[in-house]
Every structure is written in C-alpha cells, then in structure tokens.
Design a protein around this ligand. Structure first.
Ligand code: ASP
Length: 442
C-alpha cells in the first residue's frame, strides 16, 4: 500500500487535479492521498494558504474582506465546475466564512484550504473523505499524540479502504484546530505513511526529484536518484531547499522510503530517500558525490594566544561559553597550535559585534583576536566518499586550479561530507566547478 502526498502546485487548477487522478488511478496500491491547498498556477498567482492568512488579517483589523474571500471561493468553485463535481463547495465555503469573527483563530482559517481541497479531491477520485481532525490529535503542548493518532487513522483506513485526507492540520482534544508549520502537509503525509505502514511514501511535487545542486547556480543540474536520510540531512542543513529530514522523520523511524516525484512528469523516477542502499546498483555509485549545498554570509572570529599549550581547552571552553550566552550557533571551530577560529552565521551576531569583541579582549588569556565577514560554507555530500582516498584532494585541486582560496576546511566523522569555506564572491563559481568536477563520473 502506498501513501501519496500532493503539494500545492499539483492541485492549483482543474488540469492539475486531472493529472493527480491519472497518477492515483494508474496504480491500485495508491490507497491513501494527502492534499495541500491549491498553490500558484503561475508566477503572478497566489497560494490559497497565503490568501487565507490574509483573510484572517483582514478580519482582525476589521477591514472589508469580500475581495480576498471572493478570490478563494472562485478558485475552488472553478475547480469544482471544470471537473463537473457535485460537492456544493460554494455553500460549504459560504457557511464556513459566515461563522468567522475576530475570535476565529488563524489556524482554523488557514486550515480551510486543505479542507476544501480534500473534499473536492475525495469526490473526484471516488475515495472517502477523512478529515484530519478525525485522526491527527495534538496534546496541549502542540505535539502530535502518536499512539492515539495512529490508532484512529488505522481504524478509519480499515473502515473506508481508500481515503483522501487534508494535510497541514489536526486538532486538540477540545476540537480546536492547530496547523503544522508552513509546508506542513509533508508532515501529515509522513505521519500517515508511518501509521499505515506504507511500503513507500510518495511525495508529489513539481520537480523531478532532488537536484544535485541549486538550479539557480547550475540550471541543468542532474537529479539525485537515491539519497540516504543522513545525506539529506547534511544537504538540507546547508540550505538545499529540499524536503527537510525532520519532516520525514516519522517514516525514517519505520524504515519506509520516500519517493519525491513530479506530477507534471509522472514517468520520471524521481528521488528515493532511504536509510541505506545497495550501492552497486545505484546511479550515484558512478560518482563520488550525491549533492552539493551551501550558504553565504558567515563570519569568522580568530583567537590567538602564543604558547597556549594546555590552556587551549580552557580558553576554547570560555569562548564557546560566550557564544552560547549570546545564542550564536557555531558552525566550525578550525584550530592551529596557538590559535583557533569560530565560524558562525553573520546575522546571528546582529549588532552585537563590538560587545562580543570587547568581551573577548577582556579575557586575559587572549593575546589578540579579530573578526572577518563574507565567508560562504559549501558542503560536498556523498556516502560514496566515505573511507575513499583522493576525494578531498580533488576538491582542493579543483578550487586551487581556479584560484579560489579556501578559508576553512572540515570533514564530518562519518566522512559523508566535506565542508569548505570560501569568500562570498567565489561561492557560485566554486559550486559550479565542484559540480562539473564530480557530477559526471568518478
Ligand atoms: N498549504 C500549506 C502551506 O502553504 C501547507 C502545505 O502546503 O504543505 O504552507
């Protein structure tokens, strides 16, 4: 049995609904479908969820909201009419919005996009509509009650067989609605797949899988055929705009693979995310790296103390403590014999630079210290790199041959990533060169 989640762009119009139906109907094991709210039909369009938050703001400020409400209603009525469905979505929407007042929560209003969408999709597919409030239950701290929610979903699935359920929200025991963070339908899908013990969680979107590098830097980047959860974590941590590993954690726990697929190109195999692979068979086996990601705008603080010797650990501890007090996340701590540096996101320091430098200068164990900005971190990720020789050599040669200075270097203990720091101005060029060097073959 497969669990499928469709994102907003896959549901933006009646044409997209038709593609979804073809996909679901083409495989008998596609039994549970989670939907987002309709997204943008083109670059100038609005996401229904954004409009719903806007609607909530209009209501709060007592501003006339007929315009926004009309836009939301038109979209759903349009889809219903185009597809010739019977669901009286007009009436359902009217009744929903008649009841809203200043007391209505943003969570309730925002959740209606998924709710209306799922009602239409359920009729269109001939699947049973199961409201998310019937199974996603939150405790009052806002955490999903796993056992309860699982029991409920399993019972509903058993009763109805094939179901459509809205993503993005659930309810407290009181019945009040709570939404997940934005993009949270991915979480609902992962929960459903985990609870139902699906053979695979198919996440349908508008790209043919996770790309090896940001397409804004390499427009024709290859897609990744197979990626492990650990690799995904490295890439998403370093800014790759892919499904976050946290999001799919429920399926990871149950060892269920995730398949990222493209609604607009259903023949493409997309990307499989799993705990591990038999790599002899994988496309990634042909190359050392799985993907490259990076982020700009880090700062580096350098700390020097001549003949520091055994005092180094103590000094490092004091400096790290200071960073902790300031709430600054430290990304790397490269060190030399009598010196070490701390690499951190520039924006996390904000306007407190002088304050921090003052505190460091006050420390008698420090001879001198300095700060510089404008560093980018690039993470080269690949399970094939682990315990193989020559990979970092190739990274350094590629950058060195092209006169790109490496400011910092780091490798994680399991050797699935090498991280280098370069100047911001070299960032895109470095990523392009590394991609060209590694993407083709070994
Ligand atoms: N519709 C919600 C959002 O726009 C949730 C989702 O699409 O996953 O964030």
């Amino acid at each position: 049995m497969k669990v499928l989640k469709f994102g907003g762009s896959s549901l933006a119009s009646s044409e997209q609904f038709a593609k979804v139906k073809d996909i679901v109907m083409s495989d008998d094991s596609r039994e549970a479908v989670i939907v987002s709210a309709p997204g943008k039909r083109n670059a100038a369009d609005n996401k229904i969820t954004d409009l719903l938050y806007l609607l909530h703001a209009h209501i709060q400020y007592g501003v006339s909201h007929e315009g926004v409400m009309g836009m939301i209603k038109d979209r759903f009525v349009g889809i219903r009419t185009d597809l010739g469905l019977k669901t009286d979505i007009e009436k359902i929407i009217d009744e929903t919005f008649e009841k809203v007042s200043k007391k209505t929560t943003a969570d309730f209003i925002a959740s209606r996009g998924e709710y209306f969408c799922a009602l239409l999709m359920a009729e269109y597919l001939g699947y049973e509509f199961v409201d998310a409030t019937e199974w996603v239950e939150f405790d009052y701290k806002g955490k999903v009650k796993t056992k309860k929610s699982e029991e409920k979903l399993r019972a509903l699935k058993k009763k109805y067989g094939r179901i459509v359920t809205p993503g993005f929200y659930g309810a407290y025991k009181s019945g009040d609605i709570k939404v997940f963070p934005r993009g949270g339908s991915d979480i609902t899908g992962a929960l459903a797949a985990a609870y139902l013990g699906a053979e695979i969680y198919e996440n349908w979107t508008d790209v043919s899988g996770i790309l090896m590098v940001d397409p804004k830097i390499v427009p024709d980047s290859k897609a990744i055929a197979r990626i492990t959860y650990d690799e995904l974590r490295e890439l998403s941590y370093m800014g790759a705009s892919v499904l976050h590993e946290d999001t799919v954690f429920p399926v990871r726990l149950k060892d269920i693979p995730v398949n990222i697929r493209n609604t607009n190109d259903p023949e493409a195999a997309g990307t499989i995310i799993a705990e591990e692979f038999d790599d002899e068979l994988s496309e990634e086996h042909e190359r050392f790296i799985t993907g490259i990601a990076g982020k700009k705008n880090y700062s580096v603080i350098n700390v020097y103390k001549s003949r520091i010797g055994e005092g180094k650990i103590k000094l490092m501890r004091e400096v790290l403590q200071l960073f902790d007090t300031y709430g600054i996340p430290v990304e790397q701590v490269p060190s030399g014999t009598d010196s070490f540096s701390l690499v951190f996101p520039t924006e996390s320091l904000g306007s407190r630079q002088h304050e921090l430098m003052h505190e460091l200068e006050e420390n008698d164990s420090i001879d001198r210290c300095g700060i510089s900005e404008g560093v980018s971190l690039i993470s080269i990720v690949g399970r094939q790199m682990a315990y193989r020789t020559g990979i970092s050599g190739r990274v350094f040669k590629t950058l060195g041959d092209n006169k790109i200075n490496i400011r910092t270097i780091e490798q994680g203990p399991d050797e699935i990533n090498i991280m280098v720091g370069v100047y911001n101005e070299d960032f895109e060029k470095a990523i392009r060169l590394l991609y060209e060097s590694f993407a083709k073959e070994r």
